[in-house]
Write a protein that binds this ligand. Structure first.
Ligand code: HEC
Length: 107
């Protein structure tokens, strides 16, 4: 019985340590690849706004589907903006999908 309780305790502590790290992964990715222009809060840095970045809380961004966001991040969207061709800059499709969810959460 003691072994079972110990096993549950170990599992609980392991989950406690692992779970926050999972959600930090896309936050870290966002901070290194996107925040320079879009700001940590998605409102856009001064430089990003100057270039024309919109706030992620804006209706224009919020109404984009996950697929559209992934395409924007991976290939630069319909206009194939080179600034966002992250597929060729080490961002996998799976990472782009997580970033799309993260972008939408910044509202
Ligand atoms: C060098 C600056 C820069 C970086 C880095 C950058 N963006 Fe952008 N982003 C912009 C600008 C400027 C626009 C607006 C139009 C355009 O040029 O594409 C934009 C547009 C967007 C849009 C469409 C909504 C809008 O504002 O028009 C999304 C979504 C987006 N970026 C997500 C991301 C994500 C996610 C990352 C990181 C993987 C990222 N961007 C990295 C500058 C940047």
């Amino acid at each position: 019985m003691k072994k079972v309780i110990l096993a549950i305790l170990v599992l609980a502590v392991a989950l406690f340590l692992i779970l926050p790290n999972l959600s930090w992964a896309e936050e870290d990715l966002y901070k290194t690849k996107c925040a320079g222009c879009h700001g940590a809060d998605g409102k856009g840095t001064a430089a990003g706004k100057k270039m024309g970045a919109q706030e992620f809380s804006s209706p224009a961004v919020q109404k984009m589907s996950d697929a559209e966001l992934v395409d924007y991040i991976e290939n630069g969207g319909p206009q194939k903006k080179a600034s966002h061709a992250f597929a060729s800059k080490g961002v996998s499709a799976a990472d782009a999908a997580k970033l799309a969810v993260y972008v939408k959460s910044l509202k």
